[in-house]
Structure formats: C-alpha cells, structure tokens
Design a binder for this molecule. Structure first.
Ligand code: BTN
Length: 265
C-alpha cells in the first residue's frame, strides 16, 4: 500500500491536469495551499468578471462553508476541498437538479476508484459506515449579465480527529485513494451533467442509493418539526414524504433527519 509522504500536499496540480485529460480544455485550474473557502473564491472570481469554467482546489480552508450557514471543517492533507465554477448558457432553472446530480457524480467517482458504495442522504450528503463523509454546497450568483453556478465539494478522505461537535456525525472514507484522480473523476461527472442538464440519467442511481427512501424522517416547517415517511424522489430530485395526515409533502430543498420508528417528536 502506497504511503503518503508526511506533510505532502494532498492534491498535485500536475497529476490533476493529467487525470483531467481532454476535460481540461478551456478550464481554469487553480490549486491553493490555503484559502478561506473555494466557494467564496469562486464568487470573487465571478464578481471580478470571470466567465467560463474553473476548478478551484484548496489543500486546506480556513473558513470552509457548509449548507444552512454552517462551517465545514477542512484540515490539510486528510481531505479534498474544491469548487467548480460554471457560467450558465441556459436559464438557471435548468440547473436546479445540479445539487442532486453532483452527489451522484461523487458517489460514482468514489465507487470507481475504491469500490466503496456510499449512500446519499437527501439532498446531497454522502454517508459511509453511518457517518457523513462528504458535503456539497451549491450556490448561484449573478454578475452583470451572467449567472454562474458554484458547486463546492468537501470529502473527508482520512480525517481522524474531528472537533467535538462533529465526532458523532462525521467520518472518513479511509481508503487508499489518489485525491487528484478523485477530483478529476468527479469533475468529469459534473461536466457531463452541465452539458446535458435535462438528462436525468443520474436519477436512477440517486434513488437506488438513497438512505432515506422508505424511512421515517423529520423536517422543520416554519419552526415546527414534522414527521413522515420518505416515499419517493421525483424527476427534479424533490423528496415526496407521506406526512402524519396521510398527505404527500414535496420538499425541494432543506434538511431532513432520519428518525427511528419508536422515536417520538
Ligand atoms: C455541507 O456539508 O453542508 C456542505 C459542505 C461543502 C464544503 C465544500 S469544501 C469546498 C467548498 N468550499 C466551501 O467553503 N464549501 C465547499
């Protein structure tokens, strides 16, 4: 088993460019030793007039951001943290499913490179051994006449020491994986989606590897916790939940938690 050189950066730009192959054409690739957040940097680039496609990678982030205003723990050497910036040529509504499609791209890339099958917790968290190993933050920004999407991905490869508040939920892949090859494989998958945003070829995998379908889930609506059974995922990636009044609730975005059957609110 290949051993990582102590303190060596996890992502090597040359290896990444090689792994990207033809997918590199026209793409701006930047690798930062340290940055506040690759999503924030993508926003700065868009505001400064960047148009096109960029792949921004950080060895570590000092202010990594997660969904719902949370922070994302991004230590050096034990994870990958990167953002894809893409200027849309189509209306933003064509990209609504990107957040779900991106989780499938990550799941497939991990499976291809390691054989590990992760599970998707709606909307787009990836779990392995019942711990969250990947989070995705998708943002849309308008700058001048242009609209951009930013897909930020953080994967814990072999992070062992998490801050106390994360130890119960966060885990790592703990596989011998080439970080540059992983990023390239994910980039390929997401690019395929961005080229054909109406193609729902990712949906079957999104449903098949969902860890919430058929389970009792809780979500919050106007400050009130609701409980229901996650019944289906529709064509747009929205979650259909049968609530306690036996009607179907459609969640487009937000957050759910899994609840054991015996659990009371
Ligand atoms: C979440 O789990 O809530 C989403 C986490 C997204 C983290 C990634 S790491 C790369 C990119 N830069 C950020 O600041 N966030 C995303």
């Amino acid at each position: 088993m290949q051993k990582m050189q102590e303190n060596a950066p996890r992502v090597c730009k040359n290896a990444l460019i090689k792994a990207l192959g033809a997918h590199i054409n026209g793409v701006t690739v930047r690798v930062f030793d340290e940055i506040d957040s690759t999503n924030t940097e993508a926003k700065r680039m868009a505001a400064d007039g960047f148009r096109g496609d960029a792949l921004l990678i950080a060895q570590t982030q000092t202010a990594g951001r997660g969904r719902m205003g949370r922070s994302f723990y991004s230590p050096a050497q034990t994870g990958v943290y990167f953002s894809i910036l893409h200027t849309l040529n189509t209306p933003l509504c064509d990209a609504v499913a990107i957040t779900s499609a991106a989780s499938v791209a990550v799941m497939r890339a991990i499976r291809t490179l390691t054989g590990i099958q992760t599970e998707i917790k709606w909307v787009n968290d990836l779990y392995y051994n019942e711990k969250k190993i990947c989070g995705i933050l998708t943002e849309a920004v308008s700058a001048g006449e242009s609209t951009h999407v930013i897909v930020g991905i953080g994967i814990n490869l072999d992070t062992a020491d998490f801050p106390d508040e994360l130890t119960a939920i966060a885990g790592s892949l703990n596989a011998n994986i080439d970080a540059s090859a992983l990023i390239a494989e994910i980039y390929r998958g997401i690019t395929l989606y961005l080229q054909e945003p109406n193609d729902r070829e990712w949906l079957a995998d999104y449903r098949a590897h969902s860890m919430v379908l058929g389970h009792r889930v809780a979500w919050t609506e106007a400050g009130i916790t609701r409980i229901g059974i996650a019944e289906a995922i529709d064509e747009d990636g929205a979650l259909l939940i049968q609530n306690e009044e036996n009607s179907i609730v459609r969640l487009h975005t937000g957050e759910i938690s899994l609840r054991p059957l015996e659990d009371k609110i």
